[in-house]
Design a protein around this ligand. Structure first.
Ligand code: ATP
Length: 462
């Protein structure tokens, strides 16, 4: 078992700097000093995140017969979150330091820095004076409509703190409109908001973030078994996207540390450079959620089983993953610095993001060897056009071709295609109409006929 406290801040700094330099992730509102805990995804980050979400949706909704998708609203009726226990109950313990005026999450002090002496944790310096912990409300609210100006408490609505609640309150509508039978799931990808006390570790703990959640409704007898099955399915998913099993840790959350209604919870954790931290929770939530909404709304949410003639409240297994955390894990896992030695014995560092091709933001780089050669440029543009309908393509004609390869390595492009003099047939008829395809990880090159390029790439990048 890896040590939770082993961290690599230098690696993390390099990753954060690459993310900004190459346009993956920027601080939100940076022009005005930044908004703490909020992040903007740049061109490459947006592609990466989209690839992850599309893959999750395909595997979770489209390729399964038993899971349906939905897309709920972010603004949520206060009564929904009162019934769920979030209003007045969704908080983290916070302490203040009377000396430096810092505010810290009390159950995370070991991982935080003292406001006066950053080498210590809060409370670790002789001058620290911490208060007793008190509950800090994590909910973000707003006011809706004309009543808002009158300060009417009825105008208060919340920015959802998790996507799950909109699934629970629509469970009956989905059931009735789709004529599904237990067990079945409802999946959703969407934004959630929490007023975190100490947002940190880049995008890991943000105040605005995206979740990918499944609420899987089942018979009470099946809850425990399905929790284990979902854990396995989720571990397989991470492996498929390039986060290997050996970098994941499963925490079987012990009694007393789980939510009071949960009979079983697994945290899936990843070895980030800042320590082993949660990526996803797989929780058996029993019938708690449907129970509180049945009571709160005073409307029946029971399921009638035609075969057994039983009427009961379904139980729920919830695999709940953080989209931003998974994007960050993908980047951390892909980041590599490789030392290369040239013919003269000179060493050089190659920075590579070793994304799986399915996740890579750009699938293929297209380079005419010489930008002044009209025929090479014409063919390169033609190839670019034909591939663009199918995948993200980046055209680059500036600088030495070796430098262009390196620029694509740094953003994780798995393949680069170069159109050269051989393509034009200038070195013999047999290579005419072929291009060089260079592979990112091995740097191996091969020649392929232009008309085979699209099927060859599609087989590898989808
Ligand atoms: P943590 O203990 O890290 O605060 P949590 O147990 O409160 O997380 P859940 O409520 O189970 O998290 O949310 C499910 C998933 O949503 C988490 O596993 C995580 O991936 C993501 N998530 C939760 N809070 C945040 C956040 N502030 N920023 C980014 N992702 C988050």
């Amino acid at each position: 078992m890896a040590n939770k406290d082993v961290t690599d801040p230098v690696r993390m700094e390099k990753i954060v700097s690459l993310c900004k330099r190459r346009g993956f992730i920027f601080q939100a509102s940076e022009l005005y000093g930044g908004l703490n805990g909020c992040w903007d995804y740049g061109p490459l980050g947006a592609e990466l995140k989209r690839n992850l979400k599309d893959y999750w949706w395909r595997k979770t909704v489209q390729e399964r017969d038993d899971v349906l998708g939905m897309d709920g609203s972010i603004l949520t009726h206060q009564d929904v979150l009162k019934a769920s226990g979030h209003v007045g109950g969704f908080s983290d313990p916070m302490v203040d330091c009377k000396t430096c005026k810092g505010r810290y999450r009390a159950d995370n002090l070991d991982t935080l820095k003292c406001g006066q002496k950053p080498s210590c944790k809060p409370g670790g310096h002789s001058a620290c004076e911490l208060t007793e912990p008190r509950a800090f409300d994590l909910m973000l609210s707003t006011k809706l409509g004309a009543l808002a100006t009158d300060n009417d408490p009825k105008a208060v609505a919340y920015l959802r703190p998790e996507t799950a609640q909109s699934i629970f309150v629509q469970y009956k509508n989905v059931l009735d409109s789709n004529r599904v039978k237990l067990p079945f799931g409802i999946a959703q990808i969407g934004k959630s908001f929490r007023n975190e006390i100490n947002p940190r570790n880049f995008t890991f703990r943000s105040r605005e973030f995206e979740q990918m959640e499944i609420e899987y409704f089942c018979h009470p007898d099946d809850g425990m078994r399905l929790t284990d099955e979902w854990l396995e399915a989720r571990l397989a998913f991470y492996d498929e996207i390039g986060i290997p099993r050996e970098k994941l840790h499963i925490l079987d959350v012990p009694d007393g540390e789980r939510a009071f209604y949960s009979k079983k919870t697994y945290d899936i954790e990843y070895e980030f450079p800042f320590g082993i931290q949660e990526l996803e929770g797989v929780a058996y939530r029993t019938d708690y959620d449907l129970g509180v909404h049945q009571k709160g709304a005073n409307k029946p949410l029971e399921y009638f089983d035609e075969e057994t003639k039983q009427k009961f409240l379904p139980h729920v297994v919830e695999p709940s993953a953080g989209c931003d955390r998974t994007v960050l894990a993908l980047i951390c896992e892909a980041f590599d610095e490789e030392t290369l030695t040239d013919d003269k014995g000179k060493e050089d560092i190659r920075t590579v993001l070793r994304f799986k091709p399915t996740m890579a933001p750009i699938k293929v780089g297209i380079f005419p060897l010489l930008k002044k050669n009209e025929e090479q440029v014409r063919i390169a543009r033609e190839i670019q056009k034909s591939l663009q309908k199918w995948m993200t393509v980046f055209y680059d004609d500036s600088g030495a071709v070796g430098r262009r390869y390196r620029r694509q390595d740094e953003v994780g492009t798995p393949y680069c295609v170069t159109i050269d003099f051989d393509t034009l047939g200038e070195n013999g008829e047999e290579l005419k109409g072929t291009v060089t395809v260079r592979e990112r990880d091995s740097m191996a090159q091969q020649r392929l006929p232009i008309d085979q390029l699209l099927p060859w790439l599609l087989e590898r990048v989808r």
